[in-house]
Design a binder for this molecule. Structure first.
Ligand code: PLP
Length: 426
């Protein structure tokens, strides 16, 4: 296929006419398709239905460490749940604290806690003139939503194939004591799907921030979410690297079983140094008498151990893989060689990241909507919703069926082609 930029004005105009006809045809079908959010499909949710049969009035609701899960008590989680989530986070049990149903909630609470009380006795952030966070971009819109909510200034840091631009991260954190944190999704990042290299993880562990209360917010939401058995990303475990580097308190690791069991009804946890967990518990003790232990019990009885969870994740992969492959098949077939977009091919996670020609993303999302396809808003993957190049679009293939995806991606590529032609004809 010839790059669009090499076509003459006349060729582009003729092509546009032909593509517009195709677009009007699909538009006429009155479709309603959604590739906007990384939600598991019904078939994926069904995989965990057995969990609903595990607890009933006939079974013993006492955990293996003798806790009656129906009652108050046990602030940091029943021991089996601590073991499971510690294994999932690749940390010793002493470094895990079980929370409620959502890791995003834990991240929000952690920033709120730093604002009002500071970390480990440091000045509460709300008393400082300025608090800043580094935001690798493109990134997760809800991370940026938390820091924006608290009035924290966000600084874009380019996300490279190896992780955030570490030259920039090292320089900025060393120079500016107002920089208190960085948002990271180290494995199968949302939305690019890249995983951080060993060198990146080590450089994180060896950071020398000017702020003593600087924290790496390490959101390992997709830690075991592989698409393939034979192609998998493996990342270095950061807490251990930080301990080795003499910086044990610099990292806060967040995790949940949202996309393992049920989003919104899973278990979330914080993995960190014992000092950081003790600090978090001071807050938690006032906040709650304890989280949902029946849900913890249900999860440990259903998965048993990490082997059980890995086997379960393979079933998720079997459902997700054909969907990713369908998206890539259509993108490769329709767009390869046209030089009007690039897209990622991760081996895990929930997203494909698409970069259009500069200045086209908003128009592509709007165009697709005309034909009934909802995409994540352009700009959402950047702090303040502002993509400086207006080119990044997050594609979430998990929720629609393969058949729906085929049509959805056809609409997407038609939208990309039409908007790109308009740009070239400007
Ligand atoms: N972190 C990332 C990177 C996500 O993509 C998501 C959901 O899409 C979450 C966290 C939400 O996690 P939870 O359901 O545990 O709040």
């Amino acid at each position: 296929m010839k790059p669009y930029s090499q076509l003459s004005k006349e060729e582009l105009t003729a092509l546009k006419e032909e593509l517009e006809k195709q677009f009007e045809d699909v538009k006429g079908k009155g479709l309603k398709l959604d590739m906007s959010r990384g939600k598991p499909s019904k078939a994926q949710l069904d995989l965990s239905n057995g969990m609903m049969d595990i607890l009933n009035s006939q079974v013993d609701l006492v955990s293996s460490d003798g806790v009656d899960c129906r009652n108050y008590g046990i602030l940091d989680g029943i021991s089996d749940a601590r073991k499971l989530l510690a294994d999932m986070s690749e940390v010793p049990e002493r470094n895990i604290l079980i929370y409620g149903n959502s890791s995003l909630n834990v991240m929000f609470d952690t920033v709120a806690r730093a604002m009002t009380h500071g970390f480990l006795g440091s000045t509460p952030w709300c008393k400082l003139d300025k608090v800043k966070f580094l935001c690798p971009v493109p990134g997760y819109d809800r991370h940026f939503g938390i820091t924006e909510f608290f009035g924290i200034e966000m600084i874009n840091v380019p996300l490279l194939p190896t992780g955030p631009d570490m030259d920039m991260v090292e320089k900025l954190v060393a120079e500016d004591p107002a920089i208190k944190g960085i948002w990271c999704v180290p494995k199968y990042a949302n939305p690019t799907g890249i995983s951080y290299s060993d060198e990146t993880v080590r450089r994180f562990a060896h950071l020398k921030p000017a702020a003593e209360d600087f924290r790496i917010f390490w959101d390992n939401a997709y830690s075991i979410h592989h698409l393939y058995d034979d192609k998998r990303d493996v990342i270095l475990e950061l807490l251990n690297e930080c301990v080795k580097a003499g910086n044990p308190d610099m990292v806060l690791k967040f995790i949940s079983t949202s996309k393992v069991s049920f989003p919104g009804s899973g278990i979330a946890a914080l993995a960190a140094s014992e000092a950081n967990l003790e600090d978090a518990k001071k807050y938690m003790r006032v906040q709650t008498i304890g989280h949902d232990k029946l849900n913890q019990l249900r999860h440990v009885r259903f998965f048993k151990d990490m082997q059980g969870m890995y086997a379960h994740m393979r079933k998720h992969a079997d459902i997700l893989r054909p969907k990713f492959e369908k998206v890539w098949e259509v993108l490769d077939r329709e767009l390869a060689g046209l030089e009007i977009g690039t897209w990622t091919k991760p081996v895990g996670g929930y997203f494909i990241s698409f970069d259009s020609m500069e200045g086209c993303a908003k128009a592509i999302v709007a165009k697709a909507k005309e034909a009934g396809l909802v995409l994540t808003g352009a700009g959402a993957t950047y702090p303040y919703g502002k993509d400086p190049k207006d080119s990044n679009i997050r594609i979430a293939p998990s929720f629609p069926t393969v058949e729906e995806l085929e049509v959805a991606v056809e609409i997407f590529v038609l939208s990309v082609k039409l908007v790109s032609i308009d740009k070239l004809l400007e």
